[in-house]
Design a protein around this ligand. Structure first.
Ligand code: B12
Ligand code: SF4
Length: 442
């Protein structure tokens, strides 16, 4: 698929591999290749002793190709991360060993077994003790990255039906010791940082108290970083939290709003209680008053969505005053409750695996949706993006962020980048649909 050149500024670091590198004893020499930056001619490289691969579901095919290439040269290949964990047997058929779950407890054993020529086909990881997560090897990820990356928490108690985080990292919200986070933050070269946590502040009073302590420690350490993070909308409810976050360098938050209706939120479970009955426009404004940009995401294709939903989502996001909108197709990712439901109802349409995993980017209508044909849901998405990212609306948001002195350049470049990407990804969707069932695209 062609991509916008602005994507250069949205290439984020593969933190999982940098953490794995940090868990690796010093006698191993490590190189990390990130194919999000560019693919390599692996044949031209010196033969390694071991290859470790990580992949999201959407990257699984390419991961298997890379594995095949190295295995054909007799190099053992280990695969870990979300896809290998959720589709263990599929991965096991294509690599020498699979590590499921978090690797902190098990990676040293894998390496020992490699050295002894006794690699096992399966290693089960376990939820890590957060005090034992070493600082990631940021030094190994040099090159074309716009942002550094860091993780401060793992796990989520909310267990939304479409999300794999609770299945992978568990229900318990686990937090790294604040001193470790601040030290690692200080070691990141980049001025701009993505905090990869699924919810930086958490939902319970003790989570929020810890977030405040973290922000206070970051302010005291004078890190001078600017960072963005994922959070839930309850961030807007605590003025002290917002003040501390902004002082600690927060410039933007990404919030999942998921559905406009109570029925939609009920179907998705999870964070319903945080969203239902809320004055979202007021919450967004309260966050923005601290000069923090708000990106919101919605899901398209719920059973409760009715025709016209694309325009309604765009209109709501404009009314709420969001700076960016990311609307994604309802996608059954392996290992989620949504997968179980849609699979059992025969609604997973792109189901020639592993080939079809490449469509599991949430930007392709891979399922059968109750209220929409494939062509209809694509048109809903086009309307949604087209309205929110019209030139006029991008200019309006630019004007507003200039007026509020809230990162106007980011508002403009971000808006143009989203707009450009959507046109590429809609084209890819059309090709996807016409390659499958030409009649369905009408
Ligand atoms: C940061 C992030 C991103 C970044 C990725 C940056 C990068 N280059 O990696 C960006 C914003 C680009 C992104 C994009 C997408 N993401 Co994302 N992302 C995340 C997030 C929030 C954190 C990932 C992370 O860095 N974790 C921290 C590291 C330390 O943990 P880890 O990667 O799990 O690694 C540990 C273990 O897994 C293991 N491990 C990992 N790899 C390996 C390899 C080996 C060999 C071994 C032994 C062990 C091992 O060891 C590590 C230490 O324990 C996760 C949620 C999550 N909690 O993981 C979602 C998540 C991975 N994303 C998800 C999705 C769906 C996407 C998108 C498809 C859609 C979207 N719009 O978000 C796109 C995909 C883009 C693409 N190219 O295909 C899903 C993936 C589900 C799936 N089955 O694939 C997740 C799980 C979120 C969710 N809601 O379910 N994402
Ligand atoms: S709140 Fe976020 S991280 Fe937690 S389960 Fe829901 S979508 Fe996933």
């Amino acid at each position: 698929m062609r991509e916008s050149r602005w994507n250069h500024y949205r290439v984020w670091k593969p933190l999982g591999l940098a953490v794995l590198a940090a868990l690796t004893p010093p006698e191993w020499e490590i190189t990390i290749f990130d194919e999000n930056i560019r693919a390599r001619d692996y044949g031209a490289l010196p033969r390694p002793d071991l290859v470790g691969i990580t992949a999201f579901t959407s990257q699984a095919n390419r991961a298997y190709e890379v594995a095949a290439e190295f295995r054909s040269r007799g190099v053992p290949v280990v695969m870990g991360g979300i896809h290998a964990t959720m589709r263990t047997e599929e991965a096991q058929a294509r690599v020498d060993a699979v590590v499921t779950g978090e690797a902190e407890h098990i990676w040293a054993q894998v390496l020992l077994d490699v050295r002894q020529g006794a690699l096992k086909p399966l290693y089960a990881g376990a939820h890590a003790n957060m005090a034992e997560i070493p600082p990631a090897r940021h030094d190994l990820l040099t090159g074309d990255y716009a942002c550094g990356a860091i993780q401060t928490t793992r796990g989520c108690p909310l267990s939304c039906s479409f999300c794999s985080v609770t299945a992978f990292n568990g229900h318990r919200y686990r937090q790294r010791p604040i001193a470790d986070v601040v030290r690692e933050f200080g070691a990141i070269r980049e001025k701009y940082v993505l905090i990869v946590d699924d919810n930086l502040i958490g939902t319970r009073p003790e989570h929020i108290a810890r977030a405040k302590d973290l922000f206070r420690a970051m302010i005291r350490a004078k890190l001078r970083k600017q960072w963005i993070a994922q959070t839930t909308i309850n961030m807007a409810d605590d003025e002290e939290l917002l003040t501390l976050a902004a002082q600690a360098g927060c410039t933007g938050v990404f919030i999942g709003f998921e559905s406009l209706t109570a029925e939609g939120l009920r179907a998705l479970g999870g964070k319903r209680h945080i969203l239902e009955g809320r004055d979202v426009a007021d919450s967004v404004r309260r966050i923005q008053r601290h000069k923090i940009l708000v990106a919101g995401s919605f899901i398209l294709g719920l059973d409760t969505d009715e025709p016209g939903i694309g325009r309604r989502i765009a209109a709501a996001a404009i009314r709420y005053g969001m700076d960016f909108l990311n609307t994604l197709f309802l996608t059954p990712l392996p290992g989620t409750r949504l997968w179980d439901e849609m699979e059992s109802q025969g609604c997973v349409v792109a189901n020639t695996f592993p080939e079809d995993w490449k469509y599991y980017t949430l930007t392709f209508p891979v399922a059968r949706y109750r209220q929409f044909s494939c062509g209809d849901i694509l048109r809903e998405m086009e309307t949604c993006d087209g309205v929110f990212y019209s030139r006029w609306n991008i200019l309006r948001r630019l004007w507003r962020s200039l007026w509020q002195r809230r990162k106007p350049l980011i508002a403009l470049l971000g808006g143009l980048s989203y707009r450009r990407n959507f046109s590429f990804s809609r084209q890819a969707c059309r090709e996807f649909l016409s390659s499958r069932a030409p009649a369905q695209t009408s």
